[in-house]
Design a protein around this ligand. Structure first.
Ligand SMILES: C[S@@+](CC[C@H](N)C(=O)[O-])C[C@H]1O[C@@H](n2cnc3c(N)ncnc32)[C@H](O)[C@@H]1O
Length: 261
């Protein structure tokens, strides 16, 4: 299976955690009523659409606006003011944010909403650009279409929902001003080695699915991508591992916020 996916889609199955992968492949074997893994592999050979479906379940896309709201509170009260002050002090007119494994766009749009709502005045001096990347091109198309079912917005404070979303036939879309702040790009973390210089990187609920050695390599790459004093935010069940620990200082252990040394 690993060789097949590498050949057909350049997908590195071996870098993902075994337990996770086996469970998810078993889901597709059952869903397609394949009698055995071998029969499922035959189906994959015949049907490129099934490869798409398999990759979709392997790269879990769960997300929502303001996921783990306390993390966004901390970003608004402490991290953004620090980064905006730092950029101004260093004479830079732009702040670069990178949302890694952005799925259908909820995380980068949440960042755009917070920046617009809380730091409107600062935006006159410092432009904020948000780059959002994911391995999955289809999920990025959905992110750009930006139409969300109401449950994805359940943690959005009512006032922000009113200000920054428009209703569209029972679904919701962030307003143009918010959408215009985010630039989406396809990027496979397991292949890419060079990154845009960033002030803030959010990589939440992505590393958890990867083998420890890959986590360590990617964390080291984040350290390379961040400007000195830049900030890394991981998911609530993720942490720094191995040699990457010496490259960051913990700012907030609860919210998994780290500063590049
Ligand atoms: C569970 S979602 C997390 C979404 C968002 N960061 C959040 O916390 O709400 C994980 C995302 O990581 C992406 N992903 C998985 N493997 C990846 C890889 N090798 N490179 C880039 N993105 C990847 C998946 O496509 C998926 O959209």
């Amino acid at each position: 299976m690993a060789a097949f996916l590498a050949e057909k889609r350049d997908f590195r199955l071996g870098s993902y955690k075994d337990k996770c992968i086996k469970r998810r492949i078993a889901i597709r074997i059952r869903a397609t009523s394949s009698a055995s893994p071998e029969e499922y592999l035959e189906l994959l050979n015949r049907d490129p659409q099934e490869i798409d479906l398999l990759l979709k379940v392997l790269t879990i896309h769960v997300s929502q606006f303001f996921r783990n709201p306390s993390t966004f509170t901390k970003l608004t009260t402490d991290i953004f003011p620090y980064l905006l002050f730092k950029a101004e002090n260093e004479g830079r007119a732009e702040l670069n944010i990178w949302s890694v494994g952005c799925s259908s766009g909820e995380e980068p749009y949440t960042l755009a909403i917070l920046v617009l709502d809380t730091f409107a005045e600062e935006l006159d001096k410092t432009a904020v650009s948000i780059q959002a990347t994911d391995i999955d091109e289809r999920i990025l198309e959905m992110a750009q279409e930006a139409l969300y079912e109401p449950e994805r917005l359940k943690d959005v404070p009512p006032l922000l929902k009113e200000r920054y979303f428009e209703a569209c036939n029972g679904r919701f879309r962030p307003v143009q001003q918010v959408r215009g702040m985010v630039c989406f790009r396809q990027c496979d973390l397991l292949h890419e080695n060079s990154f845009v210089e960033s002030d803030l990187i959010l990589c939440r609920n992505v590393l958890i699915y990867l083998e420890r050695s890959e986590q360590e390599r990617i964390l080291r790459m984040f350290a390379d991508a961040l400007r000195p004093g830049g900030i890394l935010v991981l998911g609530k069940s993720e942490t720094l591992v191995g040699t990457a620990r010496s490259l960051f200082r913990t700012v907030c252990p609860v919210e998994r916020i780290y500063k590049k040394l």
